[in-house]
Design a protein around this ligand. Structure first.
Ligand SMILES: [Cu+2]
Length: 176
């Protein structure tokens, strides 16, 4: 039997091609920015490993951090979740990507513990990279759902969506 343990096969500089040679299902979402962040683009990869799924994200074109004011919501760090519908139509330009629906919540948990509640993304001159691990779903469960990047931070407690604000970017999760 071929078995690899987690995390020794993990490395920040792990090239995507090498990951793709591994066993297990894989999925990808191409991230495209909407009218509130037109230069935003990137990729999210999901790799099924023996005890969960490794999620690897690289995006560019995120806005810079902005403090919240009376009239404006805080910008960054960016809330990041799986939403229930894999439809990334812009719709209302001032409140885009409502087409993706609410948070994907297959086991009726409060927000903060949704299966698709992810860590926030930090903008580094617009660039963000993150790798994390979750056992809350299998790759097959998330095919056809959407990944959304929000304008503001997720507080992991406001219901139903963490008060993360408007939707900057969207991507449909597809089997690789
Ligand atoms: Cu969200």
């Amino acid at each position: 039997m071929y078995y690899y343990a987690y995390p020794p096969n993990l490395c920040w500089s792990y090239p995507a091609q090498y990951r793709q040679q591994q066993h297990g299902k894989r999925a990808h979402a191409k991230i495209t920015g909407g009218p509130l962040a037109e230069r935003l683009s990137g990729d999210v990869y999901f790799y099924e490993l023996p005890n969960g799924v490794e999620v690897f994200v690289q995006v560019q074109g995120l806005p810079e951090f902005k403090k919240g004011t009376k009239d404006g919501q805080q910008v960054g760090p960016h809330g990041f979740h799986i939403h229930e519908k894999g439809v990334c139509s812009v719709g209302d330009k001032k409140d885009p990507f409502q087409s993706a629906g609410e948070h994907w919540n297959p086991d009726q948990q409060p927000h903060g513990n949704h299966a698709g509640d992810f860590p926030v993304l930090f903008s580094n001159n617009g660039f963000s990279q993150m790798l994390f691990f979750t056992n809350r779903f299998k790759v097959k469960d998330i095919i056809g759902k959407a990944v959304i990047i929000h304008q503001g931070p997720d507080d992991y407690k406001s219901q139903p969506a963490g008060a993360a604000g408007k939707r900057l970017a969207c991507g449909v999760i597809q089997m690789m």
